[in-house]
Design a protein around this ligand. Sequence first.
Ligand code: SAM
Length: 250
Amino acid sequence: MTEPSPKVAHSARLLNHLLGGTDNHPVDRAAAEQMLRHLPGLVTWARSNRRFLGRAVRYLTGTAGVTQFLDIGAGLPTADNTHQVAPDATVLYADNDPQVVALARKLLTGTATYIEADLRDPDHILRAAAATLDLSAPVAVMLIGVVDFIVDDRAAAAAVRDLMAGLPSGSYLVLTHPTLEVAPEAVVRAMEWWNASGSAPICARAPSEVAGFFRGLDLLDPGVVTVTRWRPDGNDTTSVPEYAGVARKA
Ligand SMILES: C[S@@+](CC[C@H](N)C(=O)[O-])C[C@H]1O[C@@H](n2cnc3c(N)ncnc32)[C@H](O)[C@@H]1O
C-alpha cells in the first residue's frame, strides 16, 4: 500500500486481513488481534461468510440464471469475490468509503465496475447502477456484512426495502448480518471494543429482525440461518454468529 498509514482500523481492511489478504495496515492487524482476544472464532466467522457468498452466487448464476449483481458494501477484493465466482456475469460493486473504492479499483482485475455510493441512499445507487446494469432485467443485490453498519433499525429497513422496490420481478436479495446467536458474550465484547475504537460502529440483530429485511420477498429454503447452514456443501460445519438468507422478488 502506498497511502499513509491510517490511525483508525477500517472494516474492509480488517476483513481483508482476516481473509488472508495483504491490503491492510498495522492498525487493522492490531484491531484484529484485539478482537480475536475477545472472539477467537472471528477468522472462522469471516471465512464462513465468504464461503456463503460463494454458494449463494453459484446458486444464482446456476439454477436461478441471474446474470447481473449489485454488491453493496463490497469492501476490498480479496479472494472469491462476487466477480470471481461469477466471471460471466455483469458485476457492479459499491462502497461508501472513498478510500476503499480507490484501492479496490486499483486491485480489481476483470470487468467488474466499482462506484462510490451509500446504501442509505438507494435512489442514488439505482441511478448510478443504471450506467452499468440493465435495471429492466433481474439483478441480485448482495448485502454481505453491510446492513449492520446502519445501526438505526428504521433506516436499515428503509434502505433495503427501497432498493429492492426499484428492481424488477425476478431480482434477488442476498443478505448476511451479525447476530448474538453464537458466543453472545464474546460477540458483544468484540463489538463493544470495535465501536469504542473510533471505527464506523456496527450492531447485531436478532434472526427475526434479519428475516424482517426480506419482508415482501419470497425467502428461499432454508430461510434465515447461520451462514454455514445455508445450503451447505459439506466443508463448513461450525455455526457462526452471522445469519443469512436469499430471497426472490416475485
Ligand atoms: C465488513 S466490510 C464487508 C465487505 C464485503 N461485503 C465482504 O463481505 O467481504 C463492510 C463494508 O461496508 C462498507 N459500508 C459501511 N457502511 C456502508 C454504507 N452505508 N453504504 C455502503 N457501504 C458501506 C464499508 O466501507 C466496508 O467496506
